[in-house]
Ligand binder design. Structure first.
Ligand SMILES: O=C(O)CCC(=O)C(=O)O
Ligand SMILES: [Fe+2]
Length: 238
């Protein structure tokens, strides 16, 4: 929702860009509908079990690759063993548009090809501790889209969970992209601000966040396939 005061676009750290109100109201509603369908399965929205025995307060479902602490798999072995839902082409295109918005058309990340998404649902009490997104082998940026209640998003440094960090209010429709020198910055969500979402999202409460990532784990790309062919058929010109 457009507030009383415009919230300016900001470079929070080198490579970390906050673009307020990037998604239109219609895009937000469409994403909410899509997330509802993904939350129904084949893998349900669940509190991720942590190695120490606890569970995360956030509920999560994945696309493309299933994330569990601390790896990606094609099946949700810590939930119901089902294959993870596919990562749709339209979401990859939205991810490319987000990266172009953050870094400009001249940026080499025009080739951004996200193949995994974590869809996180936060109720009023949910939080996410400071962590790095580091199970990906690709150095490509992470694209984060927020819908529903505003949260405090803490964006820190690449060394440790503590200061220096910057607290950013992520509201419905906001885009946050972190790549380059900020790709492995610690970040987390210390607080949700209940009841702050506008009425137009189709959500009755809580906060939805989608992070899109390039895992670097997928099927071999053209270069890899070509190298393999030339190993197998050394006289081939391809
Ligand atoms: O909810 C957010 O804004 C951050 C989510 C996040 O950091 C993650 O899923 O790894
Ligand atoms: Fe993260």
């Amino acid at each position: 929702m457009t507030g009383l005061f415009p919230r300016p676009r900001a470079m929070v750290a080198p490579g970390a860009v906050h673009v307020p109100e990037w998604l239109s109201a219609e895009q937000q509603r469409e994403l909410v509908v899509a997330c509802r369908a993904w939350a129904r399965g084949p893998v349900p929205l669940r509190h991720t079990a942590l190695p120490g025995g606890g569970v995360m307060s956030v509920r999560t479902v994945c696309l493309g690759w299933h994330w569990q602490p601390y790896r990606y798999t094609r099946t949700a072995d810590d939930v119901n063993g089902a294959p993870v839902a596919p990562f749709p082409q339209w979401l990859a295109e939205l991810g490319r548009a987000a990266v172009t918005e953050a870094y400009g058309t001249e940026s080499p990340v025009r080739t951004y090809a996200p193949d995994a998404a974590l869809i996180n649902f936060y109720d009023d009490a949910a939080r996410m501790g400071m962590h790095q997104d580091k199970e990906e082998r690709s150095g490509a940026p992470v694209v984060s889209l927020s819908i529903g209640d505003t949260c405090v998003f803490r964006f820190g440094n690449t060394e440790n969970r503590g200061r220096p960090y910057t607290d950013v209010e992520l509201a419905s429709g906001d885009l946050f992209v972190f790549g380059g020198p900020s790709r492995h910055a610690f970040h987390g969500v210390p607080r949700i601000r209940p009841g702050t979402a506008g009425p137009g999202t189709g959500m009755s409460g809580g906060r939805l966040n989608l992070t899109l990532r390039e895992t670097g784990l997928g099927a071999p790309g053209p270069d890899e396939a070509r190298q393999r062919r030339s190993r197998e058929f050394p006289n081939s010109s391809r």
